[in-house]
Design a binder for this molecule. Structure first.
Ligand SMILES: [Zn+2]
Ligand SMILES: [Zn+2]
Length: 477
């Protein structure tokens, strides 16, 4: 009965498993499209469902909530109302047949009908209390009578065995009827069919589908029923019967609602195994932290975890092609290219990514991505002249002078028409002089600007800067 958890999210119960790879996946790692079974992202074979029983919180871990169920406002008022009504009828009609019929039978039928509605709604995944409405009580009132009939049938079989003196058979029959009763109530609630609810084949199938937890369920029910009997016995022994009877009745209402809610919850927990449709989205409920991961990336992360880096890369390239504007795909691709030291890939894809980040007004991210690539590839370049120039300024501001120089190297050859070349080369001269003390080379760059771009608007600045260098050189020398 231990739950299986996702390999990649160890706190999330697994929803699917791949037998071939031996990997268990949660709902987040693998999302079924519509009603289709998803495929394993690693080996592409169809995955197998682990059943709702693995995903939904098991009933034995939420007993507190199950015991608290009848104490919510609606069921509590309903139980108290029926109890008061019972006392009133008793005091008015006393020991007449009408009094007995109304006080005992009618009230109990009404109550049992409500209990069945509780069971059905819980089975569909609604865990809040059912409001008491006329519709809930009055429609399909035959359900409690079907239940009475089943109980009568069990009693009749056991009584006839007892009379015939077959002690062995009697014990077997009593054991089997007790064992099958919870399954019978569940089947009656789901199918509303008396024949199904007494069909041993169907009942055994329900037990088999739920598996060993069925026995646990049975044990709980047994303890609840005998506990309730004990309490009523004690009430009668220690209290005057005017109090003991109604309080005892209240106790059995309470225990019945707990049992029906518990049976409903068991159907909900195992609804997939039982082939029962639920209304609540149990998969979303099973996700503790709601991190809305971008769908395509789940598969990529799994492939990455499994060391299938080439496949992860192919998958990312396909995603980038399909949705060129989705930066999360480009970011993941970039990190993968860095991880695999794929120089060719960096030059193609991360270069594009840097340009886009600059266009989107994200200079610090662009700087980070560029720096990642530059660390692996001193020749790394990207974008057009303007973008390189902008990046060189960012790099210089960030103290990455060598990278700035490398990026602006041969800018005038790569982009002969770029009008910002003089300004960019003035930056080169500044870096050479101020960061590397290469005044001679700085002067050569300034000469180059003056001779090559005599009409440039930055020429004034170039001349000023040359004088600064010359003064510094004169003082230093
Ligand atoms: Zn997962
Ligand atoms: Zn697989």
């Amino acid at each position: 009965m231990a739950r299986i958890f996702c390999k990649y999210h160890p706190t999330v119960p697994a929803r699917w498993t791949c037998r071939a790879c031996g990997i268990d996946f949660c709902h987040r790692c693998m999302q079924a499209e519509g009603s289709d079974t998803p495929h394993c992202p690693v080996c592409h074979q169809a995955a197998e469902s682990l059943g709702s029983g693995n995903v939904i919180e098991p009933f034995w871990q939420r007993l507190q909530a199950i015991f608290a169920y009848p104490l919510q406002l609606h069921p509590l008022l309903f139980m108290l109302g029926l109890t008061v009504l019972g006392v009133l009828i008793e005091s008015v009609a006393g020991r007449t047949l009408v009094g007995w019929l109304v006080g005992e039978i009618v009230l109990y039928v009404v109550f049992l009908k409500y209990a069945y509605v509780v069971l059905e709604r819980t089975a569909a995944g609604h865990l809040d209390a059912v409001p008491v409405t006329w519709e809930a009580i009055a429609t399909e009132l035959e359900l409690p009578f079907k239940q009475f009939f089943i109980l009568f049938l069990i009693y009749a079989i056991n009584a006839s065995l007892a009379n015939s003196g077959h002690t062995g058979l009697l014990f077997l029959s009593m054991f089997l009827s007790a064992l099958l009763l919870p399954a019978s109530i569940m089947v009656l609630a789901i199918e509303h069919s008396l024949l199904s609810a007494i069909n041993p084949v169907i009942l055994l199938d329900v037990m088999r589908r739920i598996g060993p937890p069925y026995l646990l369920l049975w044990l709980f029910l047994f303890l609840l029923m005998s506990g309730s009997g004990e309490v009523r016995g004690m009430l009668l022994a220690y209290l005057p019967s005017a109090f003991a009877v109604p309080i005892g009745g209240l106790v059995s209402y309470y225990v019945t609602l707990v049992i029906f809610h518990l049976l409903g919850y068991t159907i909900y927990q195992y609804h997939e195994e039982l082939g029962f449709h639920v209304e609540q989205d149990f998969e979303a409920e099973a996700e503790p932290e709601a991190t809305p991961a971008i769908p395509g990336l789940r598969e990529v992360e799994i492939l990455f975890h499994e060391g299938k880096l080439d496949e992860a890369k192919d998958r990312l390239l396909a995603l980038v092609t399909r949705e060129p504007g989705e930066m999360a795909y480009r970011e993941r691709l970039h990190r993968l290219l860095v991880h695999t030291r794929d120089i060719e890939g960096l030059r193609r894809h991360s270069a594009d990514y840097v340009s886009r980040l600059l266009l989107h007004g994200k200079p610090s991210e662009a700087l980070r991505v560029f720096t990642d690539a530059y660390r692996l590839d001193r020749e790394f370049k990207f974008g057009d002249a303007k973008q390189r120039h902008r990046m060189a300024e960012l790099l210089a501001n960030n103290g990455q002078d060598r990278a700035a120089l490398a990026l602006l190297n041969n800018l005038h050859r790569d982009f002969p028409k770029y009008e910002g070349v003089p300004e960019a080369y003035l930056l080169v001269a500044r870096i050479l002089s101020e960061k590397f003390n290469q005044d001679d080379r700085a002067r050569q760059v300034l000469d180059f600007i003056e001779s090559r771009y005599p009409d440039s608007p930055v020429l004034g600045e170039v001349r000023t800067y040359r004088r600064v260098i010359e003064q510094v050189t004169a003082q230093g020398g």
